[in-house]
Write a protein that binds this ligand. Structure first.
Ligand SMILES: Cc1cc2nc3c(=O)[nH]c(=O)nc-3n(C[C@H](O)[C@H](O)[C@H](O)COP(=O)(O)OP(=O)(O)OC[C@H]3O[C@@H](n4cnc5c(N)ncnc54)[C@H](O)[C@@H]3O)c2cc1C
Length: 411
């Protein structure tokens, strides 16, 4: 900040760019495809933790142009399986330190996360989640309407709505963050350690000889490398197809919207799985609202009126006082959905081709932990225990990590 003020006052020295442009080198030790939070975090931890900085991050547009710049920035760890809770909890802890770590304010606001139950069946699932969370040491518990009313008096807790609120899962460490800042902070940190970030660089093919990766082809030329990380989320099947690997992933649009800016109104995140909506209030005052993925597969980034109508109806069931609030804008991103709502991380049958995909509607929160653990996997050629349950082979071994009950709407 002091630097910024000094620069502003003397106006002589230009500000240092946070990340630089480079010529594409002929070869890199590691090529990361995808300049979202996952690709950039992996590059950062490769350089910071393992001294591997001969790394290129290839991004077909600008960094953060995928899901990482389009998400609703909810961070939490109150998942359903022990494997999921442990994994996301490490990410929350990394996020808590991230501003200091990157020397970049990522504005992490741990304001608490409420998942509402409107039926006995939903209460059972929330109780199950609370118990798994507590066994893993995560702060998460079932609460009842009196406590919900204290935390969020704006909610309609009467018996008038079609589906009255009967309980909630309360997760105090859950919060929201400034997603752009996370992307920029990792990019700046990786750049400082020698990583090359190449924007407007699209991968168009991957060379494989004798079952191992030997290089990638791009719109700017070829690169030789023996190690490629696929961190392209919604586009990950297109990249995996380039090495002849078929993934159990389908790509769906996910939409969100924000209201006009309001005075401070809501200081917790509210999610209703039954109504398929979630709401938080950003630092700018906008209500940030979303739902579950569109039911069709597509790479379209179009917004639809159908989404807005459905979402508004459900938000008004929870918060009738918002009836006159206007919607400011809406947008969409592409999500890489897996059958069990858990990611796919690790080695593949193609030597040197690593996956960090399947992030669906919930992958932003996992950026730090997957970046750190994927970097460890690449550097040591061994799968860290924390991410072993998310291996690709789980789909043939029938050892799924079923997270639908905790990930389908709550992000
Ligand atoms: C509306 C919405 C709300 C969401 N809300 C949340 C939330 O609240 N919390 C949460 O945890 N998650 C949320 N998510 C999910 C989250 O955004 C993603 O899971 C996460 O951002 C994935 O990060 P990534 O780095 O893997 O991929 P991305 O950020 O999508 O980056 C992948 C990059 O790969 C690039 N790419 C693709 N093909 C090529 C190619 N051939 N060559 C070079 N580059 C290529 C793309 O341009 C893109 O920039 C939400 C998503 C959306 C759309």
């Amino acid at each position: 900040m002091i630097e910024l003020i000094r620069q502003g006052l003397n106006g002589k020295q230009p500000l240092r760019r946070q990340w630089r442009d480079h010529e594409l080198k002929e070869s890199y030790d590691v090529v990361i495809i995808g300049g979202g939070v996952h690709g950039l975090a992996a590059a950062y931890y490769l350089a910071r933790d393992h001294g591997i900085s001969d790394v290129a991050v290839l991004e077909k547009r600008y960094i953060g142009s995928g899901g990482s710049g389009r998400n609703t920035a909810i961070i939490r760890s109150n998942y359903l399986t022990a494997e999921g809770v442990r994994f996301y909890d490490e990410s929350v802890r990394l996020y808590e330190e991230l501003s200091t770590e990157l020397n970049f304010n990522v504005m992490f606001s741990q304001r608490g996360h409420l998942t509402l139950a409107h039926s006995d069946a939903a209460v059972r699932t929330l109780r199950w989640r609370a118990e798994v969370n507590q066994i893993q040491g995560v702060d998460s518990r079932l609460i009842w309407p009196d406590e919900i009313a204290r935390l969020c008096p704006q909610l309609d807790l009467s018996d008038r709505p079609r589906f009255p609120v009967v309980a909630a899962l309360y997760h105090p460490p859950g919060g929201i963050i400034r997603h752009d800042a996370v992307v920029w902070g990792y990019a700046a940190g990786a750049d400082r350690r020698g990583v090359h970030i190449h924007q407007m660089t699209e991968v168009t093919g991957i060379d494989v000889e004798g079952g191992r990766v030997t290089g990638v082809r791009t719109n700017r030329g070829r690169i030789k490398t023996g190690m490629v990380l696929n961190a392209t989320a919604g586009w990950c099947t297109l990249i995996s197809d380039m090495v002849g690997l078929s993934l159990p992933v389908t790509s769906h649009p996910l939409q969100a919207c924000v209201s006009e800016a309001l005075k401070p109104f809501l200081d917790v995140i509210v999610v209703s799985g039954s109504l398929h909506v979630y709401v938080s209030q950003s630092d700018r005052g906008e209500l940030v609202m979303g739902a579950s993925v569109d039911p069709y597969q597509s790479y379209s980034l179009d917004s639809t009126l159908d989404f807005l109508e459905g979402l508004s109806g459900h938000v008004l069931e929870l918060f009738p006082s918002l009836a006159h609030v206007k919607i400011l804008r809406q947008w969409a991103g592409i999500c890489d959905m897996t059958p069990d709502y858990s990611p796919i991380m690790g080695f593949t049958p193609v030597e040197g081709f690593i996956l960090d995909v399947g992030w669906g509607t919930y992958g932003f929160k996992a950026g730090p932990v997957s970046g750190k653990r994927i970097a460890e996997l690449i550097a040591t050629n061994r799968t860290p225990e924390l991410i072993a349950p998310f291996r690709l082979s789980r789909f043939t071994e029938r050892t799924l990590v079923g997270e639908k009950g905790a990930a389908s709407v709550g992000h």
